[in-house]
Design a protein around this ligand. Structure first.
Ligand code: SF4
Length: 332
């Protein structure tokens, strides 16, 4: 399978593989694993399903994380330390990042809402070996931020992220490649050009602004992803990536955000490789290849798979540059 198109500046590994038109093939080991350091959060985002959790809240143990990192180190796997929750709330996050890089994990990144991105933690993230940092902003002003994220953190978050970018620039650091992220809602779409220009002066040479199309998370969030390929293809995520939740449950994807149909559990003593090639994962993949999606856990009624071709992840800085270039060309 190929990597998805066009997110520049070192960020391509974060995005999902393209399932079509390339024939789908099973990665020998997950190419990307989302690890959930914690599912606690300090915000209440409108487009996040976590307020509906029935699974317990908690923090991943360092011992479990180190097992995960050790196993991933033998593969070309990107570890993304975020799923539903704010990773910077985990007191051992920085040691975990350092451990993963020292163990030899190829690429390590995370998403943060930026509320705690300051002081010693921000400083440590500049030196922990982190490859990618995604800062979720989601709005262009205080009112929009509060509406999107349910908390009055606008000034604090913008200041934290700008200070982080400045510190990175002043130290001449190329990493972590940092993106400013906006959910591509109609409100954001309407002001996207201004948002990009507001952040442009703060970005380093490889940093960028990105948008993510909102996901339905099964049927938890009332959004409709763009029209699917026809006919429906096997889901690329089932063949390329996994989620490992804070308690060690292993799930297929974000659609199973409350872990109703896990593929396995690392607390049972097994390995990621065993779960990845295990009977349940293989059964669900066979169902997909045969077009019998309803036999594969929550896949039958799922709409999230429409985002698995990576097209919902867009580099808004590149889009803006392309528009500028086209306008300059037309004016000549
Ligand atoms: S089809 Fe939906 S539920 Fe199934 S693996 Fe893909 S995103 Fe997850």
């Amino acid at each position: 399978m190929e990597e998805t198109r066009g997110v520049r500046r070192g960020a391509r590994w974060y995005h999902a593989p393209v399932p079509s038109p390339a024939p789908i093939s099973l990665a020998p080991f997950p190419r990307r694993i989302n690890v959930e350091p914690t599912n606690h959060c300090n915000q209440r985002c409108r487009l996040c399903p976590r307020l509906g959790f029935t699974r317990p809240l908690g923090f991943m143990s360092s011992a479990l994380f180190e097992r995960i990192a050790d196993e991933c180190a033998g593969h070309d796997t990107a570890l993304w330390l975020h799923f539903l929750g704010e990773p910077l709330l985990h007191r051992e996050l920085v040691p975990m990042l350092r451990y993963a890089k020292a163990a030899g994990v190829a690429r390590v990144g995370l998403s943060t809402n930026g509320v705690a991105l300051r002081g010693a933690v921000a400083d440590a993230l500049l030196t922990a070996g982190l490859d990618r940092l995604e800062c979720s902003i989601d709005a262009g002003d205080r009112a929009g931020y509060r509406a999107a994220r349910g908390r009055d953190h606008w000034e604090r978050v913008v200041r934290n992220v700008q200070d982080f970018l400045r510190a990175k620039r002043e130290r001449g650091l190329a990493a972590p490649v940092t993106s400013i992220q906006f959910m591509r809602t109609p409100e954001v779409e309407a002001q996207l050009g201004a948002l990009v220009e507001a952040w442009r002066p703060h970005l380093g040479p490889r940093d960028f602004v990105m948008t993510i199309d909102p996901a339905p998370f099964g049927d938890a969030i009332d959004v409709e992803p763009r029209a699917p390929h026809a006919p429906r293809p096997p889901c690329a995520w089932l063949f390329s990536s996994l989620m490992i939740l804070q308690d060690g449950a292993v799930t297929m994807c974000g659609a199973d955000w409350d872990a109703h149909a896990p593929l396995g559990h690392l607390g049972d003593g097994g390995t990621i490789a065993q779960i990845w090639r295990g009977a349940e994962a293989e059964r669900r993949r066979r169902a997909h290849l045969a077009g019998r999606f309803e036999e594969a856990g929550p896949c039958g009624s799922c709409r999230d798979w429409r985002l698995a071709d990576g097209s919902g992840y867009r580099n808004a800085l590149e889009e803006s540059d392309a528009r500028r270039g086209a306008a300059a060309g037309a004016a000549r």
